[in-house]
Design a protein around this ligand. Structure first.
Ligand code: J2J
Length: 550
Protein backbone atom coordinates (compact mmCIF):
# COMPACT_ATOMS: atom_id res chain seq x y z
CA UNK A 1 0.00 0.00 0.00
CA UNK A 2 1.72 3.16 -1.21
CA UNK A 3 0.83 6.47 0.40
CA UNK A 4 -0.58 8.89 -2.14
CA UNK A 5 1.73 11.73 -3.07
CA UNK A 6 4.82 9.51 -3.27
CA UNK A 7 6.82 9.45 -6.52
CA UNK A 8 8.21 5.94 -7.06
CA UNK A 9 11.42 5.08 -8.89
CA UNK A 10 10.62 3.65 -12.33
CA UNK A 11 10.52 -0.18 -12.45
CA UNK A 12 13.78 -0.52 -14.39
CA UNK A 13 15.62 1.41 -11.66
CA UNK A 14 14.02 -0.64 -8.89
CA UNK A 15 15.27 -3.72 -10.70
CA UNK A 16 18.75 -2.25 -11.21
CA UNK A 17 19.20 -1.09 -7.60
CA UNK A 18 17.89 -4.37 -6.25
CA UNK A 19 19.96 -6.65 -8.44
CA UNK A 20 23.11 -4.63 -7.69
CA UNK A 21 22.48 -5.22 -3.97
CA UNK A 22 22.02 -1.57 -3.03
CA UNK A 23 18.46 -2.31 -2.01
CA UNK A 24 18.17 -5.36 0.19
CA UNK A 25 14.42 -5.93 0.17
CA UNK A 26 13.94 -5.51 3.91
CA UNK A 27 12.27 -2.77 5.94
CA UNK A 28 14.54 -0.76 8.25
CA UNK A 29 12.94 -2.38 11.29
CA UNK A 30 14.13 -5.80 10.15
CA UNK A 31 17.73 -4.87 10.80
CA UNK A 32 17.10 -4.02 14.42
CA UNK A 33 16.80 -7.70 15.29
CA UNK A 34 19.54 -8.83 12.98
CA UNK A 35 21.85 -6.47 14.92
CA UNK A 36 20.57 -7.83 18.25
CA UNK A 37 21.03 -11.44 17.14
CA UNK A 38 24.57 -10.72 16.10
CA UNK A 39 25.71 -8.64 19.08
CA UNK A 40 22.90 -8.39 21.59
CA UNK A 41 25.08 -7.78 24.65
CA UNK A 42 27.08 -4.93 23.19
CA UNK A 43 26.12 -1.38 24.08
CA UNK A 44 24.21 0.33 21.27
CA UNK A 45 23.43 3.72 22.82
CA UNK A 46 24.79 5.73 25.72
CA UNK A 47 22.57 8.52 26.99
CA UNK A 48 24.00 10.18 30.10
CA UNK A 49 24.21 7.54 32.81
CA UNK A 50 22.14 5.09 30.82
CA UNK A 51 23.65 2.52 28.46
CA UNK A 52 21.36 0.30 26.42
CA UNK A 53 22.44 -2.90 24.67
CA UNK A 54 21.40 -3.93 21.17
CA UNK A 55 19.15 -6.62 22.66
CA UNK A 56 17.43 -4.18 25.02
CA UNK A 57 17.04 -1.61 22.26
CA UNK A 58 15.27 -4.19 20.08
CA UNK A 59 13.01 -5.27 22.94
CA UNK A 60 12.08 -1.71 23.92
CA UNK A 61 11.43 -0.74 20.31
CA UNK A 62 9.18 -3.78 19.87
CA UNK A 63 7.28 -2.98 23.06
CA UNK A 64 6.79 0.58 21.84
CA UNK A 65 5.74 -0.61 18.37
CA UNK A 66 3.14 -2.87 19.93
CA UNK A 67 1.84 -0.04 22.13
CA UNK A 68 1.63 2.27 19.13
CA UNK A 69 -0.56 -0.36 17.44
CA UNK A 70 -2.71 -0.45 20.60
CA UNK A 71 -3.12 3.30 20.34
CA UNK A 72 -4.60 2.73 16.89
CA UNK A 73 -1.64 3.61 14.70
CA UNK A 74 -1.35 1.48 11.58
CA UNK A 75 0.99 0.83 8.68
CA UNK A 76 0.76 3.80 6.31
CA UNK A 77 0.12 6.32 9.11
CA UNK A 78 2.37 9.31 9.70
CA UNK A 79 3.33 10.95 12.99
CA UNK A 80 4.99 14.26 13.77
CA UNK A 81 8.09 13.96 15.95
CA UNK A 82 9.86 16.80 17.71
CA UNK A 83 12.27 15.40 20.29
CA UNK A 84 15.72 16.16 21.71
CA UNK A 85 18.64 13.76 21.23
CA UNK A 86 17.71 10.89 23.54
CA UNK A 87 17.79 7.10 23.45
CA UNK A 88 13.99 7.22 23.51
CA UNK A 89 14.01 9.12 20.21
CA UNK A 90 16.08 6.35 18.60
CA UNK A 91 13.78 3.68 20.07
CA UNK A 92 10.74 5.53 18.74
CA UNK A 93 12.30 5.87 15.31
CA UNK A 94 13.01 2.14 15.20
CA UNK A 95 9.59 1.21 16.62
CA UNK A 96 8.02 3.13 13.73
CA UNK A 97 10.19 1.14 11.32
CA UNK A 98 8.87 -2.13 12.72
CA UNK A 99 5.24 -1.31 11.88
CA UNK A 100 5.39 1.01 8.89
CA UNK A 101 4.51 4.23 10.68
CA UNK A 102 6.52 7.10 9.20
CA UNK A 103 7.86 9.87 11.45
CA UNK A 104 7.96 13.42 10.08
CA UNK A 105 11.20 14.66 11.63
CA UNK A 106 10.54 18.21 12.79
CA UNK A 107 13.13 20.34 14.59
CA UNK A 108 12.83 21.44 18.22
CA UNK A 109 13.07 25.03 16.99
CA UNK A 110 9.83 24.67 15.05
CA UNK A 111 6.76 26.40 16.37
CA UNK A 112 3.09 26.53 15.37
CA UNK A 113 3.81 28.05 11.96
CA UNK A 114 5.85 25.02 10.90
CA UNK A 115 4.14 22.32 12.97
CA UNK A 116 0.60 23.18 11.83
CA UNK A 117 1.71 23.03 8.26
CA UNK A 118 3.54 19.72 8.62
CA UNK A 119 0.73 18.08 10.61
CA UNK A 120 -1.68 19.05 7.90
CA UNK A 121 0.46 18.09 4.93
CA UNK A 122 1.26 14.63 6.27
CA UNK A 123 -2.19 14.05 7.89
CA UNK A 124 -0.45 12.98 11.07
CA UNK A 125 -2.16 10.67 13.56
CA UNK A 126 0.07 11.51 16.52
CA UNK A 127 2.49 14.17 17.70
CA UNK A 128 5.47 13.32 19.88
CA UNK A 129 7.15 16.07 21.91
CA UNK A 130 9.14 16.66 25.10
CA UNK A 131 7.12 18.16 27.97
CA UNK A 132 9.27 21.28 27.91
CA UNK A 133 12.53 22.04 26.20
CA UNK A 134 14.69 25.11 26.81
CA UNK A 135 11.85 26.69 28.78
CA UNK A 136 9.35 26.22 25.96
CA UNK A 137 6.14 24.29 26.67
CA UNK A 138 6.06 21.85 23.75
CA UNK A 139 3.37 19.78 25.39
CA UNK A 140 0.94 22.68 25.39
CA UNK A 141 1.65 23.59 21.79
CA UNK A 142 1.23 19.95 20.68
CA UNK A 143 -2.03 19.67 22.66
CA UNK A 144 -3.45 22.80 21.03
CA UNK A 145 -2.32 21.65 17.63
CA UNK A 146 -3.84 18.16 18.01
CA UNK A 147 -7.13 19.70 19.07
CA UNK A 148 -7.22 22.10 16.16
CA UNK A 149 -6.82 19.35 13.57
CA UNK A 150 -10.45 18.26 13.79
CA UNK A 151 -9.57 14.56 13.66
CA UNK A 152 -8.12 12.10 16.15
CA UNK A 153 -4.49 12.82 16.93
CA UNK A 154 -2.68 11.44 19.98
CA UNK A 155 -0.15 13.52 21.88
CA UNK A 156 2.80 11.48 23.18
CA UNK A 157 5.08 13.20 25.65
CA UNK A 158 8.62 12.48 26.81
CA UNK A 159 9.39 13.95 30.22
CA UNK A 160 8.52 14.21 33.88
CA UNK A 161 5.29 16.17 33.54
CA UNK A 162 2.85 14.44 31.26
CA UNK A 163 -0.72 15.80 31.28
CA UNK A 164 -3.46 13.30 32.03
CA UNK A 165 -4.98 13.75 28.60
CA UNK A 166 -1.68 12.84 26.92
CA UNK A 167 0.29 9.60 26.63
CA UNK A 168 3.56 9.09 28.51
CA UNK A 169 6.13 7.89 25.94
CA UNK A 170 8.25 6.21 28.64
CA UNK A 171 5.41 3.94 29.76
CA UNK A 172 4.98 2.80 26.14
CA UNK A 173 8.62 1.69 26.13
CA UNK A 174 8.14 -0.66 29.07
CA UNK A 175 8.38 -4.31 28.17
CA UNK A 176 5.33 -6.39 28.97
CA UNK A 177 5.14 -9.33 26.63
CA UNK A 178 7.51 -12.17 26.02
CA UNK A 179 10.00 -10.68 23.52
CA UNK A 180 10.30 -13.67 21.17
CA UNK A 181 6.58 -14.00 20.66
CA UNK A 182 6.16 -10.25 20.18
CA UNK A 183 9.03 -10.24 17.72
CA UNK A 184 7.41 -12.99 15.66
CA UNK A 185 4.06 -11.19 15.68
CA UNK A 186 5.59 -7.91 14.50
CA UNK A 187 7.75 -9.71 11.92
CA UNK A 188 4.59 -11.21 10.46
CA UNK A 189 3.23 -7.76 9.72
CA UNK A 190 6.47 -6.10 8.62
CA UNK A 191 6.02 -3.20 6.17
CA UNK A 192 7.00 -3.30 2.51
CA UNK A 193 10.65 -2.20 2.06
CA UNK A 194 9.71 0.04 -0.86
CA UNK A 195 7.32 2.01 1.36
CA UNK A 196 7.94 5.36 3.04
CA UNK A 197 9.99 4.90 6.20
CA UNK A 198 10.48 8.52 7.25
CA UNK A 199 10.06 12.11 6.18
CA UNK A 200 12.91 14.61 6.21
CA UNK A 201 12.36 18.34 5.90
CA UNK A 202 13.66 20.14 2.89
CA UNK A 203 15.41 23.47 3.22
CA UNK A 204 12.86 24.59 0.72
CA UNK A 205 12.84 27.36 -1.80
CA UNK A 206 9.10 27.84 -1.92
CA UNK A 207 6.60 29.67 0.29
CA UNK A 208 5.64 26.43 2.00
CA UNK A 209 8.21 23.90 3.25
CA UNK A 210 8.43 20.60 1.39
CA UNK A 211 8.93 17.18 2.91
CA UNK A 212 11.00 14.38 1.50
CA UNK A 213 9.81 10.81 1.79
CA UNK A 214 12.58 8.28 2.16
CA UNK A 215 11.90 4.57 1.72
CA UNK A 216 13.17 1.78 3.96
CA UNK A 217 15.62 0.37 1.46
CA UNK A 218 16.87 3.65 0.03
CA UNK A 219 17.59 5.05 3.48
CA UNK A 220 19.21 1.85 4.70
CA UNK A 221 21.58 2.00 1.72
CA UNK A 222 22.15 5.73 2.33
CA UNK A 223 23.40 4.97 5.85
CA UNK A 224 25.17 1.66 5.19
CA UNK A 225 27.15 2.97 2.22
CA UNK A 226 28.00 6.20 4.06
CA UNK A 227 29.31 4.14 6.94
CA UNK A 228 31.42 2.03 4.59
CA UNK A 229 32.92 5.13 2.97
CA UNK A 230 33.72 6.65 6.37
CA UNK A 231 35.24 3.47 7.80
CA UNK A 232 32.57 2.81 10.44
CA UNK A 233 32.93 -0.49 12.27
CA UNK A 234 32.56 -2.03 15.72
CA UNK A 235 35.08 0.38 17.18
CA UNK A 236 33.09 3.44 16.07
CA UNK A 237 31.77 5.64 18.88
CA UNK A 238 29.55 8.24 17.22
CA UNK A 239 28.74 11.41 19.18
CA UNK A 240 25.32 12.82 18.19
CA UNK A 241 26.11 16.53 18.34
CA UNK A 242 23.57 17.90 15.85
CA UNK A 243 19.81 17.45 16.35
CA UNK A 244 19.02 13.90 15.29
CA UNK A 245 16.05 14.83 13.11
CA UNK A 246 18.56 16.13 10.55
CA UNK A 247 19.68 13.82 7.78
CA UNK A 248 23.35 14.46 8.64
CA UNK A 249 23.44 12.94 12.19
CA UNK A 250 20.67 10.45 11.44
CA UNK A 251 21.97 8.74 8.34
CA UNK A 252 25.10 10.34 6.89
CA UNK A 253 26.52 8.05 8.31
CA UNK A 254 25.30 9.08 11.74
CA UNK A 255 23.24 7.05 14.15
CA UNK A 256 21.91 4.51 11.68
CA UNK A 257 25.26 3.60 10.17
CA UNK A 258 26.80 3.28 13.62
CA UNK A 259 24.12 0.74 14.51
CA UNK A 260 24.39 -1.02 11.13
CA UNK A 261 28.16 -1.37 11.50
CA UNK A 262 28.04 -2.43 15.15
CA UNK A 263 29.39 0.66 16.90
CA UNK A 264 28.12 2.73 19.78
CA UNK A 265 26.00 5.89 19.67
CA UNK A 266 26.47 8.61 22.31
CA UNK A 267 23.66 11.11 22.80
CA UNK A 268 24.24 14.68 23.93
CA UNK A 269 21.64 17.40 24.31
CA UNK A 270 23.66 20.38 23.13
CA UNK A 271 26.51 20.94 20.68
CA UNK A 272 28.30 23.35 23.05
CA UNK A 273 31.93 22.46 23.80
CA UNK A 274 31.08 22.50 27.55
CA UNK A 275 28.72 19.60 26.92
CA UNK A 276 30.41 17.83 24.02
CA UNK A 277 34.04 17.80 25.22
CA UNK A 278 33.38 16.01 28.54
CA UNK A 279 31.24 13.48 26.63
CA UNK A 280 34.05 12.84 24.14
CA UNK A 281 36.47 12.27 26.99
CA UNK A 282 34.12 10.06 29.02
CA UNK A 283 32.90 7.89 26.15
CA UNK A 284 36.07 7.97 24.06
CA UNK A 285 34.06 9.20 21.06
CA UNK A 286 35.78 8.59 17.73
CA UNK A 287 33.62 10.51 15.27
CA UNK A 288 31.02 13.25 15.12
CA UNK A 289 29.37 15.58 12.62
CA UNK A 290 29.25 19.37 12.85
CA UNK A 291 28.06 22.38 10.90
CA UNK A 292 30.69 25.08 10.30
CA UNK A 293 29.44 27.48 13.00
CA UNK A 294 29.76 24.76 15.64
CA UNK A 295 33.13 23.61 14.28
CA UNK A 296 34.27 27.21 14.74
CA UNK A 297 33.27 27.18 18.41
CA UNK A 298 34.92 23.80 18.98
CA UNK A 299 38.17 24.95 17.38
CA UNK A 300 38.26 28.02 19.64
CA UNK A 301 37.38 26.06 22.78
CA UNK A 302 39.91 23.30 22.02
CA UNK A 303 42.78 25.77 22.44
CA UNK A 304 42.16 26.00 26.19
CA UNK A 305 40.26 22.85 27.05
CA UNK A 306 41.48 20.48 29.73
CA UNK A 307 39.39 17.65 28.33
CA UNK A 308 41.04 14.77 26.53
CA UNK A 309 39.84 14.75 22.93
CA UNK A 310 42.47 12.29 21.74
CA UNK A 311 39.92 9.57 20.95
CA UNK A 312 38.52 11.64 18.07
CA UNK A 313 39.56 10.22 14.70
CA UNK A 314 37.24 11.94 12.30
CA UNK A 315 35.23 15.15 12.42
CA UNK A 316 32.74 15.63 9.64
CA UNK A 317 31.83 19.20 8.72
CA UNK A 318 29.03 20.00 6.30
CA UNK A 319 25.77 21.76 5.67
CA UNK A 320 27.30 25.00 4.45
CA UNK A 321 30.58 26.22 3.02
CA UNK A 322 33.85 26.50 4.90
CA UNK A 323 36.82 28.33 3.51
CA UNK A 324 40.03 26.35 3.03
CA UNK A 325 41.93 28.42 5.61
CA UNK A 326 39.46 27.50 8.33
CA UNK A 327 39.29 23.91 7.07
CA UNK A 328 43.05 23.65 7.55
CA UNK A 329 42.74 24.59 11.24
CA UNK A 330 40.08 22.03 12.20
CA UNK A 331 42.12 18.81 12.13
CA UNK A 332 45.14 20.18 14.03
CA UNK A 333 42.96 21.97 16.62
CA UNK A 334 40.86 18.90 17.42
CA UNK A 335 43.60 16.33 16.85
CA UNK A 336 41.72 14.43 14.17
CA UNK A 337 41.04 14.14 10.45
CA UNK A 338 38.63 16.57 8.83
CA UNK A 339 36.01 15.19 6.49
CA UNK A 340 34.00 17.61 4.39
CA UNK A 341 30.43 16.56 3.71
CA UNK A 342 28.24 18.02 1.02
CA UNK A 343 24.89 16.39 1.51
CA UNK A 344 21.20 16.97 1.17
CA UNK A 345 18.05 15.49 2.66
CA UNK A 346 16.88 15.02 -0.95
CA UNK A 347 19.51 12.30 -1.37
CA UNK A 348 22.96 12.61 -2.92
CA UNK A 349 25.81 12.51 -0.39
CA UNK A 350 29.40 13.53 -1.05
CA UNK A 351 32.30 13.02 1.32
CA UNK A 352 35.99 13.56 1.22
CA UNK A 353 37.49 10.24 2.31
CA UNK A 354 39.34 9.76 5.61
CA UNK A 355 42.64 8.94 3.85
CA UNK A 356 42.48 11.71 1.27
CA UNK A 357 45.37 14.19 1.22
CA UNK A 358 44.74 17.61 2.76
CA UNK A 359 44.64 19.07 -0.74
CA UNK A 360 41.30 17.25 -1.01
CA UNK A 361 39.96 17.49 2.55
CA UNK A 362 40.71 21.20 2.93
CA UNK A 363 39.78 22.38 -0.54
CA UNK A 364 36.82 20.32 -1.74
CA UNK A 365 33.43 19.07 -0.61
CA UNK A 366 34.05 15.48 -1.59
CA UNK A 367 32.61 13.00 -4.08
CA UNK A 368 29.53 10.77 -4.24
CA UNK A 369 29.31 7.64 -2.10
CA UNK A 370 27.94 5.29 -4.74
CA UNK A 371 29.03 4.23 -8.21
CA UNK A 372 25.30 4.34 -9.01
CA UNK A 373 25.04 8.07 -8.29
CA UNK A 374 24.49 9.77 -11.63
CA UNK A 375 25.82 13.31 -11.95
CA UNK A 376 25.30 16.10 -14.46
CA UNK A 377 26.61 19.64 -14.23
CA UNK A 378 24.61 21.89 -16.53
CA UNK A 379 24.44 25.52 -17.62
CA UNK A 380 21.35 27.74 -17.54
CA UNK A 381 20.00 26.08 -20.67
CA UNK A 382 20.42 22.60 -19.26
CA UNK A 383 23.50 21.80 -21.38
CA UNK A 384 26.41 19.94 -19.76
CA UNK A 385 29.30 22.30 -18.96
CA UNK A 386 32.84 21.24 -19.91
CA UNK A 387 34.90 19.56 -17.15
CA UNK A 388 36.08 22.16 -14.65
CA UNK A 389 33.31 24.60 -15.47
CA UNK A 390 30.70 25.69 -12.94
CA UNK A 391 27.05 24.76 -13.35
CA UNK A 392 24.01 23.43 -11.56
CA UNK A 393 24.32 19.92 -10.17
CA UNK A 394 21.64 17.45 -11.28
CA UNK A 395 21.52 13.95 -9.85
CA UNK A 396 19.73 10.59 -9.80
CA UNK A 397 20.56 7.51 -7.83
CA UNK A 398 19.58 4.70 -5.49
CA UNK A 399 19.03 6.98 -2.48
CA UNK A 400 17.85 10.12 -4.27
CA UNK A 401 14.04 10.05 -4.36
CA UNK A 402 12.20 11.11 -7.52
CA UNK A 403 9.91 13.72 -6.00
CA UNK A 404 8.87 15.67 -2.89
CA UNK A 405 5.87 14.34 -1.02
CA UNK A 406 2.50 15.69 -2.16
CA UNK A 407 4.05 18.52 -4.19
CA UNK A 408 3.24 17.88 -7.88
CA UNK A 409 3.65 21.51 -9.01
CA UNK A 410 6.95 21.93 -7.27
CA UNK A 411 8.15 18.54 -8.51
CA UNK A 412 7.58 19.63 -12.09
CA UNK A 413 10.22 22.32 -11.52
CA UNK A 414 12.56 20.57 -9.08
CA UNK A 415 12.94 17.39 -11.18
CA UNK A 416 13.54 16.94 -14.90
CA UNK A 417 11.01 14.80 -16.80
CA UNK A 418 13.46 11.88 -16.65
CA UNK A 419 13.82 12.07 -12.91
CA UNK A 420 16.95 14.10 -12.28
CA UNK A 421 16.82 16.17 -9.09
CA UNK A 422 17.88 19.77 -9.66
CA UNK A 423 19.90 20.51 -6.52
CA UNK A 424 19.95 24.29 -7.05
CA UNK A 425 23.64 24.17 -6.12
CA UNK A 426 26.38 25.57 -8.35
CA UNK A 427 29.34 23.23 -8.34
CA UNK A 428 32.38 22.30 -10.37
CA UNK A 429 34.61 19.25 -10.50
CA UNK A 430 38.03 19.92 -9.00
CA UNK A 431 40.76 18.30 -11.10
CA UNK A 432 41.30 15.85 -8.24
CA UNK A 433 37.80 14.45 -8.91
CA UNK A 434 35.91 16.07 -6.05
CA UNK A 435 33.17 18.68 -6.01
CA UNK A 436 33.71 22.29 -5.10
CA UNK A 437 30.48 24.05 -4.13
CA UNK A 438 30.60 27.52 -5.67
CA UNK A 439 27.20 28.94 -4.84
CA UNK A 440 23.54 28.29 -5.55
CA UNK A 441 20.70 29.26 -7.80
CA UNK A 442 17.99 28.31 -5.31
CA UNK A 443 16.22 30.96 -3.31
CA UNK A 444 17.21 30.20 0.25
CA UNK A 445 19.32 31.49 3.09
CA UNK A 446 21.77 29.06 4.67
CA UNK A 447 22.19 30.15 8.27
CA UNK A 448 24.85 27.99 9.86
CA UNK A 449 23.52 24.92 8.04
CA UNK A 450 19.83 25.63 8.83
CA UNK A 451 18.08 26.35 5.56
CA UNK A 452 15.54 29.17 5.38
CA UNK A 453 13.28 29.52 2.37
CA UNK A 454 13.31 33.15 1.16
CA UNK A 455 9.72 32.97 -0.19
CA UNK A 456 8.55 31.64 3.19
CA UNK A 457 10.08 34.66 4.93
CA UNK A 458 8.61 36.98 2.31
CA UNK A 459 5.11 35.53 2.81
CA UNK A 460 5.27 36.44 6.51
CA UNK A 461 6.60 39.98 5.96
CA UNK A 462 3.92 40.50 3.33
CA UNK A 463 1.29 40.34 6.09
CA UNK A 464 2.42 43.75 7.39
CA UNK A 465 0.11 46.56 6.26
CA UNK A 466 3.08 48.88 5.73
CA UNK A 467 4.67 46.60 3.17
CA UNK A 468 4.02 47.05 -0.54
CA UNK A 469 6.70 44.64 -1.79
CA UNK A 470 9.26 42.46 -0.05
CA UNK A 471 12.31 40.47 -1.00
CA UNK A 472 14.37 38.34 1.40
CA UNK A 473 18.07 37.87 0.70
CA UNK A 474 21.14 36.36 2.34
CA UNK A 475 23.88 38.68 3.60
CA UNK A 476 27.23 37.61 5.08
CA UNK A 477 27.26 36.85 8.80
CA UNK A 478 30.53 36.42 10.68
CA UNK A 479 29.28 33.62 12.91
CA UNK A 480 26.63 31.74 10.91
CA UNK A 481 27.84 32.37 7.37
CA UNK A 482 24.63 34.06 6.29
CA UNK A 483 21.88 36.17 7.82
CA UNK A 484 18.31 36.92 6.77
CA UNK A 485 17.87 40.42 5.38
CA UNK A 486 14.42 41.60 4.33
CA UNK A 487 14.24 44.41 1.82
CA UNK A 488 10.92 46.20 1.61
CA UNK A 489 9.21 48.85 -0.46
CA UNK A 490 6.73 50.60 1.82
CA UNK A 491 3.33 52.05 1.08
CA UNK A 492 3.33 55.84 1.08
CA UNK A 493 3.44 57.49 4.54
CA UNK A 494 4.24 54.22 6.33
CA UNK A 495 7.32 53.39 8.35
CA UNK A 496 8.68 50.09 9.60
CA UNK A 497 11.33 48.90 12.08
CA UNK A 498 13.18 45.62 12.40
CA UNK A 499 11.60 45.15 15.83
CA UNK A 500 8.14 45.32 14.28
CA UNK A 501 9.12 42.74 11.68
CA UNK A 502 10.54 40.40 14.32
CA UNK A 503 7.49 40.86 16.54
CA UNK A 504 5.33 39.68 13.66
CA UNK A 505 7.47 36.55 13.18
CA UNK A 506 7.12 35.78 16.89
CA UNK A 507 3.36 36.40 16.81
CA UNK A 508 2.99 34.10 13.81
CA UNK A 509 4.83 31.34 15.66
CA UNK A 510 7.69 31.10 13.19
CA UNK A 511 10.83 29.23 14.32
CA UNK A 512 13.33 31.71 15.75
CA UNK A 513 16.18 30.86 13.37
CA UNK A 514 14.07 32.26 10.52
CA UNK A 515 13.50 35.68 12.12
CA UNK A 516 15.17 38.41 10.05
CA UNK A 517 18.34 40.02 11.40
CA UNK A 518 18.31 43.02 9.09
CA UNK A 519 15.72 45.30 7.49
CA UNK A 520 16.43 47.51 4.50
CA UNK A 521 13.89 50.00 3.20
CA UNK A 522 14.28 50.68 -0.50
CA UNK A 523 12.30 52.66 -3.05
CA UNK A 524 12.31 49.96 -5.69
CA UNK A 525 13.80 46.58 -6.59
CA UNK A 526 16.17 45.97 -9.47
CA UNK A 527 14.49 43.64 -11.98
CA UNK A 528 15.74 40.93 -14.31
CA UNK A 529 15.01 40.90 -18.03
CA UNK A 530 11.86 38.87 -17.39
CA UNK A 531 10.64 41.27 -14.72
CA UNK A 532 11.46 39.26 -11.58
CA UNK A 533 13.30 40.81 -8.61
CA UNK A 534 16.99 40.58 -9.40
CA UNK A 535 18.19 39.32 -6.01
CA UNK A 536 21.83 39.28 -7.02
CA UNK A 537 21.72 42.98 -7.93
CA UNK A 538 19.65 43.77 -4.84
CA UNK A 539 22.25 42.05 -2.67
CA UNK A 540 25.03 44.10 -4.31
CA UNK A 541 23.03 47.31 -3.67
CA UNK A 542 22.51 46.46 -0.01
CA UNK A 543 26.16 45.47 0.47
CA UNK A 544 27.23 48.78 -1.12
CA UNK A 545 24.85 50.63 1.19
CA UNK A 546 26.44 48.89 4.17
CA UNK A 547 29.91 49.95 3.01
CA UNK A 548 28.91 53.58 2.55
CA UNK A 549 27.31 53.57 6.02
CA UNK A 550 30.45 52.16 7.60
C1 J2J B 1 28.26 23.93 0.82
N1 J2J B 1 26.91 23.77 0.84
C2 J2J B 1 26.43 22.67 1.43
C3 J2J B 1 28.68 21.93 1.98
C4 J2J B 1 25.22 21.06 2.24
C5 J2J B 1 25.01 15.81 5.32
C6 J2J B 1 25.54 17.08 5.27
C7 J2J B 1 24.73 18.17 4.99
C8 J2J B 1 23.37 17.99 4.76
C9 J2J B 1 22.52 19.17 4.48
C10 J2J B 1 22.83 16.70 4.80
C11 J2J B 1 27.26 21.70 2.03
N2 J2J B 1 29.10 23.05 1.38
N3 J2J B 1 29.55 21.07 2.54
O1 J2J B 1 21.54 16.44 4.57
O2 J2J B 1 23.13 14.39 5.11
C12 J2J B 1 23.97 22.93 1.16
C13 J2J B 1 23.65 22.70 -0.31
C14 J2J B 1 22.68 21.54 -0.26
C15 J2J B 1 21.88 21.87 0.97
C16 J2J B 1 21.18 20.68 1.59
C17 J2J B 1 23.66 15.60 5.08
N4 J2J B 1 26.48 20.73 2.52
N5 J2J B 1 25.16 22.22 1.61
O3 J2J B 1 22.96 20.31 4.61
O4 J2J B 1 19.01 19.17 3.19
O5 J2J B 1 23.02 23.86 -0.80
O6 J2J B 1 21.27 18.89 4.03
O7 J2J B 1 21.87 21.44 -1.42
O8 J2J B 1 19.81 20.63 5.10
O9 J2J B 1 22.85 22.41 1.88
O10 J2J B 1 20.65 21.03 2.83
P1 J2J B 1 20.08 19.91 3.84
Amino acid sequence: MQRDGFTPWPAEFVERYTSAGYWRGKPLGHWLWSWADERGERVAIVDGEYAITYQDLAEHADALADNLLDLGLREGDNILVQLPNTWEFVALFLACQRIGVAPVLALLAHREHELNYLADLAHVRAIVVPDTWQRFDHQRLAGDLAESLGRPCEVLVLGEHVDESHVDLRTLLERGQEPTRLRARLDAQAPDPGEIALFLLSGGTTGTPKIISRTHQDYEYNARQSGAVCGFDESTVYLVTLPMGHNFPLGSPGILATLIHGGRVVMIRSPKPEVAFPAIERERATVTSLVPAIAQRWVEAAATTTHDLSSLDLVQVGGSVIDPAFAARIGPALGCTLQQVYGMAEGLLNYTRPHDPVSVTNHTQGRPISEADEILIVDEDGRPVPFGGTGELLTRGPYTPRGYFRAPDHNARAYTPDGWYRTGDLVRWHRNGNFVVEGRVKDLINRGGEKISAPEVEAVVDLLPAVRRVSAIALPDPEYGELVCVCVVLHEDYSLTLDEVRALFAAQGVAKFKHPQQLEIVTDFPLTAVGKVDKKALRQDILARGESRA
